[in-house]
Write a protein that binds this ligand. Sequence first.
Ligand code: ACO
Length: 376
Amino acid sequence: MQQQRYAQITGWGKYVPDKILTNHDLANMVETNDEWIVQRTGIRQRHIRTEKDTNTSMAVAASKEAMTVAGITANDLDFILVCTSSSDYLLPGAGSTVQAELGAACGAVQLVAGCSGWAYGAAMASSLIQSGTYSTILVVGVEIVSHGLDYTDRSTCILFGDAAAATVFQVTEEPSGVLSFELGSDGDKAKSLWVPYGGSSQPINQSVVDEGRHFIEMDGQEVFKFASKTVAASLKRVIAQAGLLPDDIDLFIPHQANARIIEAGARLMRQPKDKFYMNLDKYGNTSAASVPLAMVEAIQEGRLKQGDKVAIVAFGAGLSWGAAVIQLGAGEISKAHSLFSLGHAKYLAKRTRETVLDTAQNIILPIAMRFSGKRK
Ligand code: ACO
C-alpha cells in the first residue's frame, strides 16, 4: 500500500529592510498623528526598502535562511512559488528572478493574490507535495508595498510596510503539515482595493501619473467589513475541516492588517486575545509577507514549537482570502481522528456546543442589537 504523503514546513527565514518609518515620521509627511494610527490600527512603525533592496534580493535573503534551517541547498528544490504583487518587473515574474538568484534548477512562478498570497502558496505547495508531484517546495511571501503607495494619501500610506519571509515545505510520512485549507475570492469587490492604472486594460500615461492613479486605492471601511466577517468564519471552517476545535489550536496567525480586525476575530472565535499572534506594531501590513513573517517570528520567539497546531488566515486584494490549519512537525494529528472512540464522542459533543454558540452569535446577537438600537 502506498504511504500517505504529508507536506511539512521544515525551514523558515525572514528579511526586513533596515530603514524604519515611524508614525511620527509619517506625521511630518501627511496630516496624521501617532495616536490616531495606534488607536485605529495598532501600527507604530514599518520597515521600508532601502536602495540596496529589491523584491528579488529580499526574497532571496529570506529563502537562504529558510533553506539553511531546512538543511537543504537550491539543488534540492523541486519548485518555487513567489507570492508577491510587487515584483521587480512586469515581466519576467518574481518566480524566475528568485530562481535565477538562488541558482536553482526547477520550475518557478509568481503568485499574485494580494495579502492572501502566502496562504494560497502554502495550500498549493501542500497539494503538489501530497499528490506526489514534488517533494521540496520553497514558498516565499515578499512585498515592496511602499513602491505602490501614494505618500500624500493618509488613508493608505500609514498601513503598509516592506518585508520578506520564506518557508520550505517537504514531503514526510509523519502526519503533519497542512491539515486543511480554504481559498476564496469575491471579485465583485475588486475595486475596494486595487491599482486602477498600469495594467493592459488601463495603461499608464502622463495624465494618470499626474492624477496619481497608478497607486494603490482602497475603500478602507469596505475592506474592514469584509475582513471582520471573513477572519472568524473562515478560521471556523478550516478548523472543523481538520477535525479540530478552536481550543485545539495552539496559536492563531492572522494577517497583520489591523489590530481591531484581529481582536474582533479572537472575540468571535471565543479565544483569548493572546492566542492571536501580532507583530503589526513593528512592521505594519506587509501584504503577502505578513502571515509567513508572523509565523517565522512566532517560531523564533518560541511561541510555536514542533507538534503545535497553528491556524492562519489572510485576506486582501481580490477581494480574496485564504485560511489553513498547519501542524508543525509530527504529533497527534487530530483529536477526532478515530471514529467510534470516546475521543470522537467528546469531540462531537464539543462541536455541537460550538455550533450552538455560533448560531447564537450569528443570529440572536444581531437581532438583539437591532432591538436595543430601536429602543434608544
Ligand atoms: N490620520 C488621521 N486621520 C485619518 C487618517 C489618518 N491616517 N485616515 C483617515 N482619517 C480620518 C478620516 O478622514 C475620518 O475623518 P472624518 O471622521 O472627519 O471624516 C476619520 O479619520 C475616520 O476615518 P475612517 O476611514 O472611518 O477610519 P477607520 O476607523 O475605518 O480606519 C482604516 C481606517 C485604518 C484604513 C480601516 O478602515 C482599516 O484598517 N481597513 C482595512 C484596511 C486593510 O486591511 N487593507 C489591507 C488589506 S490587505 C491587501 O491585500 C493589501
